[in-house]
Each structure stands twice: as C-alpha cells, then as structure tokens.
Write a protein that binds this ligand. Structure first.
Ligand code: ZN
Length: 123
C-alpha cells in the first residue's frame, strides 16, 4: 500500500521476483502520477495494481462527491498508465464508509481489506 515509492518499490519488486510471488499493489494517485515509470514496472512484472485513492484521506469525513473525485481520478490515471482499469479498492487506514463502498462499486471496483497487519507501516 501507499506507493509507488522510488526508495522502497524497487526493493519490494526484487524480493517478490526472488521468491516468485505475485502481489497486489494499492497505489496512491498522487504518487503514481509522480512515478509513472514505477507503475508500469509493477504491471510489467505481472503484479496487480489497485486503487488506494488520490491523496490517502480519511474517506469517512468526505462528501460522496469528494470520495468520487479521489477514486475516479486515481482509476483514470492507473488506466491511462497501465492500459487496465483497477478492479480493487482499499480505503486508507481501512476506514470504510457507506459512500466509499457505493462509489467504488459504481466505478467497477470491489473492496479489499486485510486479514494480517504486519505493522510494517509503524517503521
Ligand atoms: Zn494506505
């Protein structure tokens, strides 16, 4: 989650390749637009790219129109960059809301949460 990041994404990609693992990357739009080359690299290596909003806000505090802007802008960018529209969405912080579930469904995405939190983000 939260990439792509020029410091960490290449390391993660190398580790996944070393172990023959395919992963899903939940990308933030404003990072993806800065590092389109990394977005294409993730896709070229056979990983799945998914939507993690444009600015990583707490969606529970946004209007439905703002939620739509966050998700639609990111999906359009990822589609333009990889040639594929994302089909999965994860709410920042796992903070789901009725509006984010509704809008993501309308944009053709399913919600994906997690079952294990390795707390890697704490570092
Ligand atoms: Zn996140």
């Amino acid at each position: 989650d939260d990439g792509p990041d020029p410091r960490h994404t290449p390391t993660v990609l190398a580790l996944l390749e070393q172990h023959g693992i395919r992963a899903t990357f939940f990308l933030i739009g404003e990072n993806a637009v800065e590092h389109a080359d990394l977005v294409r690299e993730i896709a070229a290596r056979g990983h799945h790219i998914a939507n993690h909003t444009w600015t990583h806000p707490d969606l529970r505090h946004l209007s439905e129109a703002k939620v739509r802007e966050e998700l639609e802008r990111t999906s359009e960018l990822l589609h333009r960059t990889t040639g594929k529209a994302p089909t999965w969405f994860r709410a920042p912080g796992g903070d789901w809301s009725p509006a984010s579930l509704k809008v993501s469904a309308e944009l053709g995405m399913r919600p994906m949460a997690w079952s294990v939190d390795p707390r890697d983000w704490a570092r």
